[in-house]
Each structure stands twice: as structure tokens, then as C-alpha cells.
Write a protein that binds this ligand. Structure first.
Ligand SMILES: [Zn+2]
Length: 286
């Protein structure tokens, strides 16, 4: 089994209590570059993108946590639906581009996604928690030739149209394919897209922001990310852990928020409020 980045999955057999005992620096409420620690003990944090919620959901002390658990394959779509049934949490259903190019029959994967969506919409307990299609998109890191890139585009284009037909926003994976993804989404008149773990350029981020889409910041600093956070309005930004592949646990989202607060010169509380509101508006949840 592979993950949404195309790497082999090593399942973390750790529950939140065990993880808390590890005393990760990111599960502490006060951090080295946090200028103003939250004054409100129940400051709300919205992790817009994580995987395998059974082993990755952990709220930093002093915060309440909302999150969207993302599927990216038949197995992980089933996993996030099952978790949501038992935990009343939000989820999205997707199809990773790496799975598309590795599958013998990519159309069968797309059919499976449509079947899972029908199942989620038909279940009164799940329907209000099903908030987006994704992750989906293009990955030119793993697509090694033009044929594979074209196959990714063929399926992605169908997924975009499918999301539009059911009126759901899109959560986008765009590794080494940011320009291509933005063009396809714009050409398809996509109104609501969230560029998860965005690794593209400032110019691309500004373009996405000008279309009204969201750029999501993972807990990894970079020079380009600093420029993006500085230049984009806070209304275009959200934060994520992408646990367990980028962050280890959802609590690592606080590190993303601290980075946003630092580069925008605002308090962590202001940052949490704004990114929380942006995420709620995007996913249509309260
Ligand atoms: Zn992911």
C-alpha cells in the first residue's frame, strides 16, 4: 500500500495518549517562534488535511481541534468514512494521481470513488460530514513520462467535473505540477479549490488567491513559503498537518499556524481565528 505522496505506508500503531507521552515539541502550547501564545484556553485550530485519523488526531493542549480526514484511494476512502461514523468528524473522498498511474484500470478507481460518494451522501449520519472531493490532482514527481502525465490529467479532469456536479469543493495535490493543476482548475471554471501542502511559487500562489482559492500551509518552513505567507492576504490561507506524512500528528498544525503568524506579523490567536474561519467557510461547516 502507498500513501498520498506515493511512498510505501508504514502504519503508525500509536494512539493519542501514547503520542502525548512522547512530548512532541509540537504538542506544547508555547513554541519557540510563537510571539503571542493563545490567551483563550480553548483557541480553535482547524487542520484542513490529515490522513489515517485513528493514529494522527491529537489536539495541542489548550486548543480545540477541527480537522478533515482525507482519503486518496479505495482503502483510505473507506477508512475515513468508517472513522467519521464513529467520531462525528469531517472527511473528504479522493483519488491520488500516483494511484491513477499505478493502477491497471484507473477508471475502476474513479468508479469506486463515485460509489463511495454515493454511499456517503445516502447515509444521514455521514452526509453532513462529507465536505470535499480530494485529495486529487496531478503529481509530476511520480509521473515519469508524458503518457503518465496525460493519464493523470484525464482522470483529474473527470474528478473536477464530478466535484462540480455534486457541488463539493476540491482539495488538490499538485506536487511538481502546480501550474498544470491551476490551469486545469481555472479552465474548468472551478470556484472552490484548496491547494493542499502547496509547494509551488509565489506567482502561482498569487494566481490561486486571485481566483478565490485557498493555499494551505504545512508545518515545514521554506523560503518560497515565507514569501507566499507574507504576500497573500490571510483570507487566502489555511493550515494543515498532512499527518502522518509531513507532520506526525494533527497537533503539528500549530507549527504551521505559528509560521503564518510570524511571517504575517499577527498574533497566533488572530491567525488561528482567521484560518479557522477560512476553513469553515470553504468546507461549509460551522
Ligand atoms: Zn495528503
Amino acid at each position: 500500500m502507498i500513501n498520498c505522496r506515493g511512498n510505501p505506508i508504514r502504519l503508525r500503531l500509536m494512539n493519542p495518549q501514547q503520542a502525548a507521552r512522547l512530548k512532541s515539541p509540537h504538542s506544547s502550547p508555547i513554541h519557540f517562534y510563537c510571539p503571542n501564545p493563545p490567551s483563550n484556553a480553548m483557541e480553535a485550530l482547524f487542520d484542513v488535511h490529515l490522513h489515517h485519523p485513528k493514529t494522527t488526531v491529537l489536539a495541542p493542549p489548550g486548543t480545540s481541534l477541527k480537522f478533515v480526514a482525507s482519503g486518496f484511494s479505495p482503502a483510505t476512502n473507506a477508512e475515513v468514512m468508517e472513522y467519521s461514523k464513529n467520531n462525528a468528524s469531517f472527511f473528504s473522498l479522493g483519488l491520488a494521481p500516483q494511484d491513477v498511474i499505478r493502477a491497471e484500470n484507473p477508471d475502476a478507481l474513479f468508479d469506486d470513488l463515485k460509489a463511495k460518494v454515493a454511499e456517503a451522501k445516502a447515509n444521514p449520519a455521514l452526509s453532513p460530514r462529507f465536505v470535499a472531493i480530494g485529495e486529487c490532482g496531478l503529481d509530476h514527481h511520480w509521473a515519469k513520462n508524458e503518457n503518465e502525465k496525460e493519464e493523470e490529467r484525464r482522470i483529474f479532469s473527470q474528478v473536477i467535473e464530478f466535484a462540480k456536479s455534486i457541488n463539493k469543493p476540491l482539495v488538490i495535490h499538485s506536487r511538481d505540477a502546480e501550474g498544470d493543476c491551476i490551469k486545469m482548475l481555472h479552465d474548468a471554471s472551478c470556484k472552490k479549490a484548496l491547494l493542499h501542502c502547496f509547494g509551488g511559487s509565489l506567482e502561482q500562489a498569487l494566481l490561486a488567491s486571485s481566483y478565490g482559492w485557498l493555499v494551505s500551509i504545512p508545518p515545514v518552513p521554506s523560503k518560497e513559503r515565507k514569501k507566499i505567507i507574507t504576500a497573500l492576504p490571510i483570507s487566502s490561507l489555511v493550515v494543515e498537518s498532512d499527518a502522518p506524512y509531513i507532520g506526525k500528528m494533527s497537533s503539528d498544525t500549530l507549527k504551521s499556524a505559528e509560521m503564518v503568524a510570524k511571517y504575517k506579523g499577527i498574533s497566533i490567536g488572530e491567525c488561528l481565528s482567521a484560518t479557522y474561519a477560512n476553513a469553515c467557510a470553504f468546507f461549509g461547516v460551522g
